[in-house]
Design a protein around this ligand. Structure first.
Ligand SMILES: Cc1cc2nc3c(=O)[nH]c(=O)nc-3n(C[C@H](O)[C@H](O)[C@H](O)COP(=O)(O)OP(=O)(O)OC[C@H]3O[C@@H](n4cnc5c(N)ncnc54)[C@H](O)[C@@H]3O)c2cc1C
Length: 405
């Protein structure tokens, strides 16, 4: 079946590979049903998100009107089984993450925080009753999730340094502390919060439901990247959470790390999608824009930029394809995910920079899309583990020596 037959045309053109960001036809590894899902995702993004996203980005607003459309796509919980989850492979979830980020990295981040970090924490660390209680409404997008790990004073050092505390009082826990940068935090219904148990000194996970009087979320303003994502500064003051809402299978930071390993691979896919979108916009522009009486796409130095971009897109796509296969086979280790996150986000920054260069002055106008990709690449580069942190994880794995301080 061709991509066009699968519904992935006309933007993925079988006759002209290279005019799309899928030069090596990686979508061919998916079966017909998966490709149809991907095509539905693309059609939704192109028709419902692309036309409105620049305006929302400029105003730093989240388009709540698209949530119903996301629900209809039935892509909640791809890669998870049961509990109303869509099921299927991690590889398909990777392709979907790429596809969303190809149009907009903020919407991809919203998807990743809700279905990956938040629902993934419950899926991996909740007990049976908790999974039955929270996952089905999350998979129907009736309840949106957030994930609170980072703190104002503790980012990269979260594994050993969390200062938010949890104190047991009878059948409840009392949480105190602050969390920073929490995606979806201003409006989420189900907030997964990681805090240090005062008694055992171990990190535990808690679900704090919307409306808890001890939980306050303030929007972080003036971001220059992922402006559509609503990031919050969260303050918990004697925030009371029932023991029944403590994630029963999260007993130490090792359990938090299991969630991060899974979602880090998803972020690397976002970095691929972001490059793919920038490349496609740049190629389209180069074919239309004329200087010296001909399209700039006909100049050698412009072709050099396009080919550098396509090389980065293709290299990161094929790397991610293999990483997701390893993940589906249960063979992906932390260092595999970390290498992909570090490498793909470095290449993403480079690719979107080439795209902006190709557009000349028009590259900084939001109307031409590239500016948004350039800015958003900066946040993807830093969140879910900076390049330095992921490098140290890989470095330790390959040398056997830890260079962490
Ligand atoms: C848009 C956005 C969305 C986010 N969403 C969420 C979310 O939903 N939930 C959540 O919990 N967090 C979220 N984060 C937080 C994100 O994960 C952190 O920003 C990230 O982990 C880095 O932490 P930091 O910003 O505190 O930087 P720091 O840890 O202060 O690091 C600053 C610099 O120092 C370097 N550095 C630190 N330690 C070392 C070391 N030992 N060796 C070498 N270099 C080092 C870092 O690599 C970095 O370059 C988000 C962040 C952003 C920007």
């Amino acid at each position: 079946m061709t991509n066009a037959q699968a519904g992935l045309g006309p933007t993925v053109q079988d006759a002209a590979p290279g005019q799309t960001g899928d030069f090596y036809r990686i979508t061919d590894v998916l079966d017909a049903k998966e490709r149809a899902t991907l095509a539905r995702v693309r059609a939704f993004l192109e028709s419902e998100v692309a036309p409105i996203i620049e305006d929302h980005w400029a105003r730093a607003k989240f388009p709540f009107e698209i949530v119903g459309g996301l629900r209809a796509l039935n892509i909640g919980g791809i890669g998870y089984e049961g509990y109303g989850c869509a099921g299927g492979t991690t590889l398909l979830n990777g392709f979907i993450s790429m596809e969303i980020a190809r149009v907009d990295a903020s919407i991809a981040t919203f998807y990743g925080v809700h279905t990956g970090l938040a629902a993934g924490s419950i899926y991996l660390c909740g007990d049976e009753e908790q999974k039955q209680r929270w996952l089905p409404p999350m998979m129907r997008w009736e309840k949106i999730g957030s994930f609170s790990l980072t703190e104002p004073e503790v980012g990269s050092a979260a594994s050993g340094g969390l200062t938010t505390t949890a104190r047991r009082e009878g059948d409840a826990w009392i949480l105190n502390g602050q969390k920073k940068w929490i995606g979806n935090g201003t409006f989420a219904d189900i907030n997964v919060v990681w805090a240090r148990d005062e008694a055992s000194n171990q990190v535990k996970g808690f679900v704090v439901e919307k409306g808890n009087p001890g939980f306050k979320a303030e929007k972080i303003e003036n971001k220059m990247a992922l402006r559509v994502v609503q990031n919050a500064l969260i303050t918990m003051q004697d925030c009371r959470v029932p023991e029944a809402d403590r994630l029963q299978r999260a007993n130490s930071f090792k359990d938090t790390a299991k969630v991060l390993k899974m979602t880090r691979a998803g972020v690397a896919w976002f970095a691929v999608g972001c490059q793919m979108g920038a490349y496609e916009h740049a190629l389209r522009y180069a074919r239309q824009r004329r200087q010296f009486g001909r399209p700039i796409a006909g100049f050698q130095l412009v072709q050099d930029l396009l080919v550098r971009m396509l090389g980065n897109v293709t290299a990161t796509q094929t790397m991610m394809l293999r990483l997701s296969q390893l993940q589906d086979e249960g063979k992906m280790n932390d260092e595999h995910a970390s290498l992909a996150k570090a490498y793909c986000t470095v290449k993403c920054r480079e690719t979107v920079g080439y795209a902006r260069e190709l557009l000349g002055g028009n590259g900084i106008l939001l109307d031409n899309h590239i500016g948004r990709f350039v800015a958003d690449a900066e946040a993807i580069y830093s969140y879910e583990g900076t390049r330095e942190m992921n490098t140290l994880i890989v470095g330790k794995a390959i040398t056997g020596l830890s260079a962490f301080v």
